[in-house]
Design a protein around this ligand. Structure first.
Ligand code: AMP
Length: 271
């Protein structure tokens, strides 16, 4: 893992075509370092699809950290550090933060994890552009990329229903989704994930979960992140997963698709 964060950091400092070629040359070295290691997975999918929910559950099961670049950005925003004003403007408009800032936040997160003995990861929200995917490919091997999919109207409803408890940090969703697919296809039901009574009065809504900003984020996903799916599809690493409904329905099917058994043994992942 050390090599990953060091190389990501040097990637943050060196954004030029020549540097990109040099980074690619380092991939063999990085692969050598990761022959015996925990899984390195990526979760792709539109805003609101549930990357955080499923990546976080899987990370506990597989025993690797769940690293969401959106969380790293929000932590930086909350810290009121030198970057926070600049980041707030970008994030609240639904735009992407620069590769340089994201690489810096991610490499620092990996470094902190390394000092705690972490190895492997499930990345959520990164890579979000083909450029980021190329940088990642230049520094380490990704074993599997899970592409979570849901209809766009459902994504919007889910984003608008998202709530976080400002005290315990718990994530909830008040949207009750009941979609009739028509044409004899099975409908989709996603019950709300309601907070416990003691969180009710402390719920907050993300500043970028307004209808206008969510639509903008979906447009940006289609323009800049959709090509990342093709990037990994071409490499034979993309696992497409259409969410069939809420967590109770989707979780067992996702585990089945990943060939993972959900029992007490944390080492049951087949990468
Ligand atoms: P998320 O929680 O993944 O929806 O991310 C929230 C916001 O953080 C995004 O709308 C972007 O502004 C920023 N962000 C997160 N990950 C990245 C990334 N890999 N590249 C650029 N911006 C990002």
């Amino acid at each position: 893992m050390a090599i990953v964060h060091r190389l990501l950091r040097s990637a943050a400092a060196a954004f030029s075509p020549a540097a990109a070629a040099a980074r690619r040359g380092l991939s063999a070295l990085a692969a050598e370092q990761t022959l015996e290691r925990n899984v390195q997975w990526v979760f792709l999918g539109c805003p609101g699809v549930g990357k955080g929910t499923y990546a976080s559950r899987l990370s506990q099961l597989v025993g690797v950290p769940h690293i969401a670049t959106g969380d790293l950005v929000r932590e930086e925003l909350a810290s009121s550090g030198p970057l926070s004003q600049q980041l707030a403007e970008i994030v609240n408009q639904g735009k992407l933060v620069s590769d340089e800032i994201i690489m810096d936040l991610l490499s620092k997160r990996l470094e902190r994890g390394e000092t705690k003995g972490e190895s492997g990861f499930i990345l959520d929200g990164f890579p979000r552009t083909v450029g980021q995917a190329e940088i990642l490919e230049g520094v380490t091997e990704i074993d599997l990329v899970v592409n979570l999919k849901l209809r766009e109207d459902v994504l919007l409803e889910k984003c608008l229903g998202r709530r976080t408890c400002s005290q315990c940090g718990g994530n909830f969703n008040i949207a009750s989704i009941n979609v009739d697919e028509g044409n004899g296809k099975p409908g989709m039901y996603m019950p709300p994930l309601l907070p416990p009574a003691n969180c009710m009065s402390k719920l907050i809504i993300r500043a970028d979960d307004t209808e206008e900003v969510v639509k903008k984020r979906l447009d940006i996903y289609n323009e800049l992140s959709r090509p990342v799916e093709e990037f990994y599809r071409k490499r034979g690493k993309l696992l497409e997963f259409d969410l069939p409904g809420g967590i109770p329905e989707s979780w067992p099917k996702l585990l089945q698709a990943l060939n993972i058994e959900d029992h007490e043994d944390k080492q049951c992942a087949v990468a």
